[in-house]
Design a protein around this ligand. Structure first.
Ligand code: HEC
Length: 133
């Protein structure tokens, strides 16, 4: 009987840890799974327009501004992480290790820019367009 309890406890612990690992890589927020195809230039162009309205106050592509340069972001982060950072930055900087470290480095809290999940997906495509060039 004791053996079964021990096994159950181990299973629960392992799945808990695996779950946390997923949150670290994919971030915390509404986006659980993104499937990527080849780069969609039209969607990326829509993303560029939103980026220029809502993000350039704090971000440049090639250099640091208030926030990090965004070139190469699709290589250093998972697509889900990028979208969750755009949609849920306050919780991300509190609970996701990578985002917390960035906050420690940049010392400014990124704020939610009132973008929809579709907008965030388009911005992700804009970053993919840049990183595929
Ligand atoms: C008020 C300034 C500000 C605005 C506006 C802002 N950000 Fe940020 N962003 C930051 C800061 C600062 C960080 C680093 C984390 C932190 O300190 O919150 C960051 C981090 C990021 C990251 C993670 C970068 C990396 O290297 O992993 C992404 C992606 C990002 N922002 C995208 C966007 C997008 C897209 C928008 C527009 C919808 C936007 N940000 C608007 C300040 C801002």
């Amino acid at each position: 009987m004791k053996k079964y309890i021990a096994i159950t406890v181990i299973i629960i612990m392992v799945s808990f840890l695996a779950g946390c690992g997923d949150d670290e890589e994919k971030g915390i927020g509404p986006v659980k799974q993104v499937t990527l195809g080849s780069v969609d230039k039209a969607l990326g162009e829509r993303g560029r327009v939103i980026f220029e309205q809502k993000c350039v106050a704090c971000h440049k592509i090639d250099s640091k501004l208030v926030g990090p340069p965004l070139k190469g972001v699709t290589q250093r982060r998972k697509p889900e992480w990028i979208m969750n950072m755009i949609l849920n930055p306050e919780q991300m900087t509190k609970e996701n290790t990578t985002a917390k470290q960035l906050f420690g480095q940049y010392l400014t809290q990124m704020t939610f820019q009132n973008v929809s999940q579709d907008d965030a997906r388009a911005i992700l495509e804009y970053f993919r367009t840049i990183d595929s060039n």
